[in-house]
Design a binder for this molecule. Structure first.
Ligand SMILES: Nc1ncnc2c1ncn2[C@@H]1O[C@H](COP(=O)(O)OP(=O)(O)OP(=O)(O)O)[C@@H](O)[C@H]1O
Ligand SMILES: [Mg+2]
Length: 350
C-alpha cells in the first residue's frame, strides 16, 4: 500500500457491506475509490456508486488489474473470490478480505452509530440543555410579571398596588439571578459549588417559587420533615429539582385539586425525599419516557418537556437515584434518594 498520497481502493462486492464502505470511504479525502464490481447488476452498492459517480467495473480482473488500486477490499464473503484475488492481484496491491474485511465492516457500522449519537447529543447540547432550558426557567417569572402587571392595570387599592409592585421587583430580580447564574455557568462551574444543603429549607424555598408558577388552589399541603436531612450538592440545582417536581405535582392536580405531600427522611446513611400528589397519574407505558428530553403531555406552549430531564441530570450528578410510583387517576410519587451529606467546609454559602 502507498505510504503517502492517496490510497486507491477497489471494492469487490456491492452488497450491504460494499454499500456501507462506499458511504464511509468516499468522505475520506485521502482515499480514492477507483471502482466497484459485483456480478449482480441489482446490488444496492452499484446504485449508490452511480449516485456518488464512482466507476462501476463489470469484471473483477479489469477492476484489480487496470485501475491502479493499491488496496482491494473484498466484501463478497466468498472463499472462491478470496482465492482468486490472492492468485491474481498485482504485486504491489494488498488485499483485505475474510475476517479483516468483516472487521472493517464492523468499524464502519460503529462509526455510523457514533455519528448518529453525536448528532443527537449535539442537538441536545445545543437546543435541549441550553436554549430551551433557559427559556423554561425565564418563562416562569415572566408569566408571573405579566399576571401581576395585568392586575395592576385595574387595581385601585394603593396598598395592593404596592404589594404587587414589590412582587414584580422580586420576580425581575429572580430573572436577573437566572441570567447571572447562566453567565457564571457559561464561564465554568465555580469550584465552591458543592456544599452541604439542608433539604427542608430548600423544599420550602421551592414551594414558594412553585406557588408563583402554578395555582395551589384546592390543594392541601402536608409536610413531614426530618430536621437533620442534608445532602451535598449545588443549592441552586437542588432548588431547580424541587421546583420542577412540585410544579409537575400541582399541574397533575389542576383539574380537581388534591393533596401534595412532601416528606424527608434519614435512614442508613441516606437521605430520602418523597413528593406525592393525588393527581391524574402517569400511564404505565409512558413512565419510561418521562425523563426523556422534550417528552411532554402538556399542550404546546405549556410545557417544554425538559423539567424531568433536567431533574434526572442533576440527581445523577449528585450520585442520587430517582424513582417514580404512579397510578392513573390515583396519583404519583417521586422518590429521591441521596447519600447523606457531610460538612464540606463551604457551609453558609447556600
Ligand atoms: N406528578 C406528575 N403527575 C402526572 N404526570 C406527570 C407528573 N410529573 C410528570 N408527569 C408527566 O411527565 C411529563 C414530563 O414532565 P416534565 O416535567 O419533564 O415536562 P413538562 O412538565 O411537560 O414540561 P416542563 O416541565 O418543561 O414545563 C409531563 O408532561 C407529564 O405527562
Ligand atoms: Mg414539568
Amino acid at each position: 500500500m502507498e505510504r503517502t498520497g492517496h490510497t486507491k481502493v477497489a471494492i469487490v462486492g456491492a452488497g450491504h457491506g460494499g454499500h456501507a464502505l462506499l458511504d464511509l470511504l468516499h468522505r475520506v479525502p485521502s482515499i480514492e475509490i477507483v471502482g466497484i464490481a459485483d456480478r449482480n447488476p441489482a446490488a444496492p452498492g452499484l446504485q449508490r456508486a452511480r449516485e456518488l459517480r464512482i466507476p462501476i467495473i463489470a469484471e473483477v480482473p479489469d477492476l484489480i488489474g487496470n485501475h491502479g488500486a493499491s488496496l482491494i477490499m473484498d466484501v463478497t464473503d466468498d472463499p472462491e473470490m478470496e482465492t482468486y484475488l490472492h492468485a491474481h492481484r498485482p504485486p504491489t496491491t494488498d488485499i483485505l478480505n475474510g475476517s479483516s474485511s468483516r472487521l472493517v465492516w464492523e468499524l464502519v457500522q460503529h462509526e455510523f452509530k457514533l455519528e448518529a449519537e453525536l448528532l443527537q447529543s449535539e442537538k441536545l447540547a445545543g437546543i435541549g440543555s441550553f436554549a430551551a432550558g433557559i427559556a423554561h426557567d425565564i418563562n416562569n417569572p415572566l408569566q408571573l410579571i405579566l399576571g401581576l402587571a395585568e392586575n395592576l392595570a385595574e387595581e385601585r387599592n394603593l396598598t395592593a398596588v404596592h404589594e404587587q409592585a414589590n412582587e414584580i421587583i422580586e420576580a425581575v430580580k429572580r430573572t436577573s439571578a437566572i441570567c447571572r447564574d447562566l453567565t457564571r455557568y457559561s464561564r465554568r462551574a465555580s469550584p465552591h459549588e458543592d456544599v452541604l444543603v439542608p433539604v427542608n429549607g430548600k423544599l420550602d424555598e421551592a414551594l414558594r417559587i412553585a406557588r408563583y408558577a402554578s395555582s395551589f388552589h384546592d390543594i392541601e399541603m402536608i409536610k413531614q420533615y426530618q430536621p437533620s436531612a442534608a445532602v451535598t450538592g449545588n443549592p441552586d440545582e437542588l432548588l431547580h429539582v424541587f421546583v420542577n417536581l412540585i410544579t409537575n405535582a400541582v399541574h397533575a392536580m389542576e383539574q380537581a385539586g388534591g393533596r401534595l405531600t412532601i416528606e424527608t427522611s434519614v435512614l442508613n446513611g441516606q437521605v430520602g425525599v418523597r413528593i406525592s400528589d393525588t393527581g391524574c397519574g402517569i400511564a404505565p407505558d409512558k413512565i419510561p419516557e418521562i425523563f426523556e428530553p422534550f417528552f411532554t403531555t402538556k399542550s404546546p406552549g405549556k410545557g417544554t418537556g425538559l423539567g424531568l430531564y433536567n431533574v434526572k441530570t442533576i440527581v445523577d450528578k449528585m450520585h442520587g437515584v430517582i424513582a417514580v410510583d404512579s397510578q392513573i387517576e390515583k396519583g404519583t410519587t417521586f422518590i429521591l434518594t441521596f447519600p447523606k451529606g457531610e460538612p464540606t467546609g463551604q457551609e453558609g454559602l447556600s
